[in-house]
Design a protein around this ligand. Sequence first.
Ligand code: GAL
Length: 367
Amino acid sequence: MLWKIIALLLFTAFFSACDANNFLNSFLKKEKEKTRIGLSIPTLREARWQRDLKYLKESAVAADAELFTEISENNAAVQEQQCDELLKKNIKVLIVAPHDAKAAASIADKAKAAGIKIISYDRLILGADLDLYVSFDNVKIGEFQAKYITSKAPQGNYIVFSGASTDNNAKLFREGAMKVLAPLEESGKIHIVEDAPIPDWDSDMAEKMTETILAKYNGEIHAVIAPNDSTAGGIIRALKKHHIAGLVPVSGQDSDVEAVHRIMQGMQAMTIFKDSHNLASAAISAAMSLAAGEKPFSNAVAQNGKGQIPAMLLEPVVVDNSNIVPTLVQTGYLSREQVYAVNENEGQPQRRTFNINNVPGNTSAGY
Ligand code: GAL
């Protein structure tokens, strides 16, 4: 009898061990089979990139993919070196939001040479073969900004700021804005007194540049095209020093919470909502398709100097004081608390009377 019990115990122990082993093997296999994706983000300075990163991570988890992330702190050399490391991680796809559109071509070339698919995220990599470009309709963003600002300041002296010259988006935003502004300048309605890029989209730099221009034109500036919210913040700080914040319409982009506060206070005219949740999930689902050897969905093509790149472009939305809640709060982009936590010290729009003698035609640039 005893030997029967021992045999039964041995038999059970053997099969439990086998089961555990099988379970472990299949678990490890599943872990091994997870699609590995590399991600290189240029910066976390603007809140929008922090959001992109969060949503990209969440989308990767939902797709059961393994995401390896690097942040390059606005440095092209660092970004390339970090991507070299990502390419060694047995990834199937590399998603890159380039700091420098041209410099990043070597990252894309290396990925291609290693048989790794490459997606250009938000910003287009120039001069390299890419599998997909996922972004927004960036020309339309520039058009929206300029249309809004010219509706508030149909005449007067304009500053046209663009973003970092290393970023292809900056070129596209300006291109869109000039579609609206150039005919108005030709007809003499507006006068573009300065047209300059802001290095690295830097807010402090934007403030300094605006101060210099305001000093040069004795404060006679009636509208500012700001490419995004971080630069708009710097521009508005400079306008405050000249007591004309709130009188000079300033555009923006990204729906940063500080910009939304400025809009509510009448300091900034508008911003753009780009749903980074949709952008991130589009990029991860495209990465999964590419990894599976399938062609990802695209709805446009982009010329990047190397060829026609399949593109997936999402729609931007204009945000002003009239649609903050439905556009930003009801979509969950910002919480109600964030939106209504306005710092009283940020102040109220300032008032002054323009000297418009040197402006073509009459103007009601203040709004
Ligand atoms: C652009 C991007 C904008 C803005 C800017 C600064 O490429 O499209 O949303 O954030 O970079 O990072």
